[in-house]
Design a protein around this ligand. Structure first.
Ligand SMILES: [Zn+2]
Length: 454
């Protein structure tokens, strides 16, 4: 479709130049227009509007104002009313993997049972939309495939921007250290979303493979991890040279790199190499926060998975893994407070990756709990909402859509709530208070009608 003279709308920025189209007299389809009025309108960026309204045409917001300003002009349009209206939320760090454990063998199981994994991910996509998340950034998993199902209308879910495979060095965070190496390589070759690369030429190839698959963002490991067996979250992983080569390669294709980084050496090296988003950022200190501000980088802190891990306890992890988690948990809580105090740009991300039906923790759809931790760490509720809405697209660099705000010309992705999150941010912590969900101008949830794919 892209580049074809018959393409109607180029989705991404790189292909959005005007395209000459064949002429038909009845070419312009009638766009559905409607208004949504609200007692309180939270635009995502900027001050809330009391008695606000938006006008939607097709999949875009065309006007934002107070109800009285627009009452006359748009009196003919169908109207919906919600108590609180705000942009659909963004979770900028999730995984669609259908995992039921946080351990290497679970990744292999998810790759060996693709239909099962797909079924779990399909439910996860619906759970996130039901909870008011209209866009997610999937940082390693089957997001590209699930997104295709959503886009073609097979499934209902948020828009999914995906990194496809996580790229790490051999023995790094995206390697399964206990696995016989040829088996690991075979699993990767058969779709397990991990790629190992060592040295600049392999790093370039790994980035190009993700571009070939259609990745919207590139995910690399700048430090060791918690879930991986024998690496240390404090240590830097890719070398400075490898990181720089991958940043440059991604930039040539108008992609940015998001780097998994717990330890400070990895954070500093990633920022100096031109990485634009720091995922986790657990050992970020004042110096690292200053560099983030200077470089205009975004922090995606993922507190929810850490808190959930601490509640799940030792049985859920290996002993070494749980010890790493405890250390990271303490450091990260300080890091989040430093980042907020220093004015680092923050976007909401949870690292949610589990798919257990009936679980209170290991599931998608609780992504909005992250905003509670934003507020506990020092943000105002309005800042937390900005991190989960307007700041979301900033984690995609040149691939960012005009979304995440109630603003003229922006995507018609928005939600209705029955209580104000400015009074209690926990309102956004699950699907309960999300009364309505619209994505691309289409209503997917309203009172008595939960999100459904039929
Ligand atoms: Zn992750």
């Amino acid at each position: 479709m892209r580049g074809s003279p018959f393409a109607i709308e180029g989705r991404d920025a790189a292909f959005s130049m005007p395209i000459r189209r064949p002429m038909h007299f009845d070419e312009e389809p009638k766009k559905d227009s409607f208004c949504v009025t609200a007692d309180l309108l939270i635009p995502g960026k900027g001050e809330p509007i009391k008695d606000g309204t938006i006008v939607v045409e097709g999949n875009k917001i065309t006007k934002v104002a107070t109800i009285s300003e627009l009452a006359q002009e748009f009196s003919h349009l169908p109207k919906y009313h919600v108590q609180v209206l705000m942009p659909g939320m963004w979770d900028c760090h999730v995984h669609l993997l259908g995992l039921q454990k946080v351990a290497g063998p679970a990744f292999v199981e998810s790759q060996q049972n693709m239909a099962l994994t797909g079924a779990r991910c399909a439910r996860d996509a619906m759970l996130m939309l039901e909870a008011g998340f209209t866009s997610v950034r999937e940082m390693g998993g089957y997001g590209l495939q699930i997104d295709r199902a959503v886009e073609e209308g097979t499934l209902v879910g948020p828009k999914i921007y995906s990194a496809n495979c996580i790229i790490s060095p051999t023995g790094g965070h995206a390697d399964i250290h206990d696995m016989h190496r040829p088996w690991f390589e075979d699993a990767c070759a058969h779709g397990m979303p991990m790629a190992n690369a060592d040295g600049v030429p392999e790093c370039l190839k790994a980035v190009r493979m993700q571009l070939r698959a259609g990745a919207n963002v590139i995910k690399i490991c700048g430090s060791g991890g918690v879930g991986s067996e024998r690496d240390n979250p404090v240590d830097q992983q890719f070398s400075d040279e490898e990181m720089k080569a991958m940043v440059d390669e991604a930039a040539r294709a108008q992609r940015i790199i998001g780097a998994h980084c717990h330890g400070k050496p990895g954070i500093m090296a990633a920022l100096k190499a031109g990485v634009k988003t720091i995922e986790h950022g657990s050992y970020l200190d004042e110096e690292a926060a200053d560099l983030m501000v200077e470089k205009g980088a975004v922090l995606v802190a993922t507190r929810l998975i850490v808190e959930n891990g601490l509640v799940l306890g030792k049985e859920f992890f290996s002993p070494a893994g749980y010890a790493k988690l405890e250390a990271v948990a303490t450091a990260q809580w300080n890091a989040m407070q430093i980042a907020i105090k220093k004015g680092v740009m923050c976007a909401t991300g949870t690292d949610s990756c589990g798919s257990i039906v009936g679980s209170k923790l290991v599931k998608q759809g609780l992504n909005g709990k992250e905003l509670y931790y934003h507020v506990e760490a020092g943000m105002t509720p309005l800042q937390a909402i900005e991190a989960a809405t307007a700041n979301g697209p900033l984690t995609l660099g040149p691939q960012a859509p005009k979304a995440g705000q109630l603003k003229e010309g922006f995507d018609a992705d928005f939600i209705g709530l029955d209580e104000s999150p400015l009074d209690d941010i926990r309102v956004l912590g699950g699907p309960k208070h999300v009364t309505h969900v619209w994505r691309q101008g289409k209503c997917y949830k309203s009172p008595g009608h939960p999100v459904s794919s039929l």
